[in-house]
Design a protein around this ligand. Structure first.
Ligand code: ATP
Ligand code: MG
Length: 586
């Protein structure tokens, strides 16, 4: 089934989208000019992410504007204005000074979405140390590995996480000099080998002058999701803030009165670039919810907080779809103006569901830990072709490339031909290294391009379409099949909640398509349903592309950032070792 485009009309604009004229804005765009939207450190002393995010607003007319509203698990609320955030992040920078933590030293956080995480991140950047977030649900081994790889000097965590996951590892982490504990229920802590976060904060001054920061100074260390293998530590620099800021504006269409909710955890790059930095540099209000996904709770937050721009992920959207339209109808969601999604391909079904549920489609966008910010997007003013990830943002040159027989790279100029998605390096939030893995980094470049490892195609109007990760693409009887296309068709069936598709080795066809499917509530995994789904897929995809096998699972294995782990489905299918499962959802 091909999906009708969702056509936008100027008459529907509630505000004029920043990227209202793609051609014009793209052709006059330069990163130098984008940089001019930021202030830079006073006295021309460089560029620091935290200064742009906090200080320049706190010393200006946004001092009393709400920067962060934190909603605790039990519904308690804490508000932080830009002024207050400046005070607290200054204190944390002074704590680091007091502990002898220097420029370039790595400061890790292992915590849920608590206010201290946000304060630590920004205070660390003020001190020109490197912020590295860890997802709080990691078990001890992935924590040890990541602390070890980045040679963490400081770890900020909570008392209970420390006892459960870190204490036993201390002996194997010689570089880890300081562990700062946030007491459970804010009670002071007294744990050997650690210091109390609040005690140090109380002792520290609330004034801090950021020292000269070179735009190329390292700022962030982000581990990838580990969907395809061992996670890599991507290195980002302070200059990345130019991209965070401008993509927040152009791709997420931030306007000054917006209330923005990025549902991603800062343990992943989305939760930092857009959960912390971009909304702050743009001077808007961000909502942070401590709790995990719950459809009712989310609708309530959208309504009560009058969220206007919402950035979430396909897994969450599919779970909301699973709960149906009824819960949505109970809420007044008229404040919602712009809906966006990232992290995995967004099935056309889900894009259109946004339209039914919220009167607005979801706008898919594409990027990676390595790119540091959004690269390809369905922006607000754009007609949407459901299933497409959009067009390259201003300042971003994207191409489809393929390897030549001589081992080089050539650009695929014809539309609709699939190849690897490649980007011309040069945007500010481009990763500068994989930490301590020079060779792995070098392998990402060829012919003047950064090779993303994702396969895609471009249509004649310049829309990009995701096909699959290079590692996940299925080769069957001389065809190349992207799992996304097959999964999206299965999702169109009323019984299907989630689908993951792999290539299963086959002596004749090389590989055959096999689908794993989880069902919506109220459907039983019967042989009849299996047959019905096979027929449903065959009628739409043809015999070559449709799955030859369908297996029902109660749920699909996913990374903690919500990505379907097809490599795990495949390993399990073939009885092979599961590889690195440190990021597997528990
Ligand atoms: P690893 O590199 O360790 O295997 P990962 O690639 O999943 O993990 P991330 O950097 O978190 O780690 O995810 C980026 C990847 O997620 C992209 O390369 C792409 O495969 C997928 N992705 C992100 N957004 C989209 C999107 N809108 N459509 C399709 N795929 C997407
Ligand atoms: Mg990747």
């Amino acid at each position: 089934m091909s999906w009708e485009p969702i056509v936008k009309s100027r008459r529907d604009w509630e505000v004029v989208p920043h990227l209202h004229d793609y051609g014009d804005i793209r052709s006059s765009f330069s990163w130098e000019r984008a940089r001019q939207e930021l202030d830079g450190l006073p006295g021309g002393e460089g560029l620091n992410i935290a200064y742009e995010a906090v200080d320049r607003h706190a010393t200006g007319r946004l001092r009393d504007h709400l920067a962060l509203r934190w909603i605790g698990r039990n519904g308690e609320v804490q508000d932080y204005t830009y002024g207050r955030l400046q005070e607290l992040t200054n204190r944390f920078a002074n704590v680091l000074q007091h502990l002898g933590v220097a420029k370039g030293d790595r400061v890790y956080v292992l915590a849920g979405r608590i206010p201290e995480l946000y304060i630590t991140a920004l205070g660390t950047l003020k001190n020109r140390s490197v912020f590295c977030p860890l997802f709080s649900a990691f078990g001890p081994e992935p924590i040890r590995a990541r602390l070890g790889i980045g040679q963490a000097k400081v770890l900020v965590t909570t008392e209970s996480l420390y006892h459960r996951k870190v204490e036993a590892l201390r002996a194997s982490l010689p570089h880890l000099q300081e562990v700062l504990l946030v007491g459970d229920a804010h009670k002071p802590t007294n744990v050997p080998g650690t210091k109390d976060y609040y005690w140090l904060m109380a002792e520290a001054s609330d004034r801090f002058a950021i020292q000269p920061t070179d735009p190329e100074d390292m700022a962030l260390l982000h581990f990838t999701s580990g969907t395809t293998g061992t996670p890599k530590g991507a290195v980002h620099v302070h200059q990345a803030v130019v991209a965070h800021h401008i993509t927040g504006k152009l791709a997420l269409d931030f306007h000054k009165e917006d209330i923005f909710w990025c549902t991603a955890d800062p343990g992943w790059v989305t939760g930092t670039s857009y959960g912390i930095i971009a909304p702050l540099t743009n001077g808007i209000t961000s909502i942070v919810d401590e709790a995990e996904f719950d459809a009712d709770r989310w609708y309530r937050i959208l309504e009560e907080q009058r969220v206007s721009v919402w950035y979430t992920a396909p897994t969450a959207i599919r779970m909301m779809m699973k709960a149906g339209l009824e819960p949505v109808r109970k809420h007044d969601l008229r404040a919602l103006r712009f809906l966006a999604s990232v992290g995995e391909p967004l099935n056309p079904e889900a894009v259109v569901w946004g339209q039914q549920a919220f009167g607005r489609p979801f706008h898919d966008n594409w990027w990676q830990t390595e790119t540091g910010g959004i690269m390809v997007a369905n922006y607000a003013a754009m007609d949407i072709r459901p299933g497409s990830m959009g067009r390259p943002l201003p300042g971003i040159e994207a191409a489809i490339v393929r390897k030549t027989s001589e081992g080089g790279i050539e650009v695929v100029r014809e539309p609709e031909v699939q190849g690897e998605l490649a980007l011309r390096p040069g945007w500010p939030s481009m990763f500068r290294a994989y930490w301590n893995e020079a060779e792995r980094y070098q392998k990402c470049f060829a012919g003047g391009f950064y090779l993303t490892g994702d396969l895609a195609k471009r249509d004649k109007d310049g829309y990009f379409w995701f096909v699959g990760r290079a590692d996940d693409v299925i080769k069957t009887s001389g065809h190349l099949i992207g799992p996304f296309e097959v999964e999206s068709i299965l999702l169109e069936h009323k019984a299907v909640a989630e689908a993951g598709v792999i290539g299963k080795p086959d002596p004749v066809a090389m590989e055959v398509v096999k689908a794993f499917v989880s069902l919506k509530d109220g459907y039983e995994p019967t042989r009849e349903l299996q047959r019905e789904l096979m027929g449903f897929a065959r009628a739409r995809l043809g015999a070559v592309v449709a799955p030859k096998e369908i297996e029902f699972l109660p749920s699909l294995p996913k990374t903690r950032s919500g990505k379907i782990m097809r490599r795990l489905l495949k390993a399990r299918e073939l009885g092979l070792p599961e590889g690195d499962t440190s990021t597997l959802e528990g």
